[in-house]
Design a protein around this ligand. Structure first.
Ligand SMILES: [Zn+2]
Length: 314
């Protein structure tokens, strides 16, 4: 006879087994489910930790940057306090746009005429035009209308105009940095007013280092360069100012001979009273330089200058 399964010993054994199976499986199932969630949470936590570390790093960088700005500002204030007073003079006395004067062309001759405009200028300009040559004029202050017209003509015909001096009085302009600036500001204003061109180039009367400015030339150059202007000395002299009437042939020999051994020359000539030999020599000078393959060009703000203190005249 078959006894009932329910209530039998086997029944209770199975019940106990079932209970244990449930007691193990259910928590295990939950545990497995939670493990996924925990893993996700851990991922989120480590993401948050990374973000917080990044934030801390950014905050540190920001603080360092603020400190650097503060230090820069303090340095600016200190430099401003230490700067010579003449830096504050003539706040509109600046080159139009500071450009790097590093252009170094080959086979080029830059003819430059100091001290004009004068009664020689028109003849010089006529010759330059006829020969297809460009040049640079470092002009001085003018009061006569015909010379103001010549200043305009220089610019209109595509030549470069630069500042030389207003008064050309060595003892006055080289007395102090202030008096030099005052004189240069006057010629700067006149060029701007008469031609509409704001000049960038300039040449010291007597060259950047001369017998009158030896104590102050470095300060004068530094201040003009700080204002964006480009100084030009020369590496070839025409010697047209070496006497009252220099023979034309001597001027030609000096210029053509001087330029011949060089890849680039900046030639000192004069456009001034008593210098008609220069105009007479010019035609032949240009012919002979062009025959040697030289281009005759005007200086630009980018042209690498030749300065006595930094010789570079190969
Ligand atoms: Zn001069």
């Amino acid at each position: 006879m078959k006894s009932g399964y329910i209530g039998s010993v086997r029944f209770y054994k199975n019940m106990i087994l079932l209970f244990f199976i449930i007691a193990i499986l259910v928590p295990t199932g939950f545990a497995i489910g939670y493990r996924g969630t925990i893993r996700e949470m851990k991922g989120e936590i480590s993401g948050l930790q990374e973000q917080s570390a990044l934030l801390q790093q950014l905050e540190a960088e920001n603080a360092a940057l603020e400190l650097a700005i503060e230090e820069k500002e303090e340095e600016r204030i200190r430099l401003e306090a230490e700067a010579p007073d003449y830096q504050k003079l003539y706040p509109d006395f600046y080159a139009p746009q500071p450009l790097a004067a590093t252009e170094r062309k080959e086979n080029v001759v830059y003819l430059t005429f100091d001290d004009g405009p004068s009664y020689c200028t028109d003849e010089i300009l006529d010759i330059l035009e006829k020969k297809g040559a460009k040049a640079t004029f470092f002009v001085v202050g003018q009061s006569r209308e015909e010379n103001l017209r010549r200043m305009r003509r220089i610019v209109e015909e595509g030549h470069a105009i630069g500042m030389h001096s207003f008064t050309h009085e060595y003892s006055m302009i080289y007395d102090s940095v202030e008096s030099y600036l005052s004189d240069m500001y006057a010629v700067f204003c006149q060029i701007k007013e008469v031609t509409g061109v704001t000049p960038t180039l300039f040449r010291f009367p007597g060259g950047s280092i001369n017998g009158y400015n030896s104590a102050l030339y470095q300060e004068m150059i530094a201040e003009m360069v700080r204002r964006g202007f480009v100084p030009h000395d020369w590496n070839v002299s025409s010697e047209d100012a070496s006497g009252s009437s220099v023979p034309t042939s001597h001027i030609i020999d000096c210029v053509v001979g001087g330029a011949s051994g060089r890849s680039r020359s900046i030639v000192l000539m004069h456009d001034g009273a008593g210098k008609s030999s220069t105009a007479n020599a010019l035609s032949q000078i240009i012919d002979r330089l062009q025959a040697k393959g030289f281009q005759l060009e005007a200086l630009t703000p980018q042209t690498k200058p030749i300065l006595f203190g930094y010789r570079d005249d190969k």
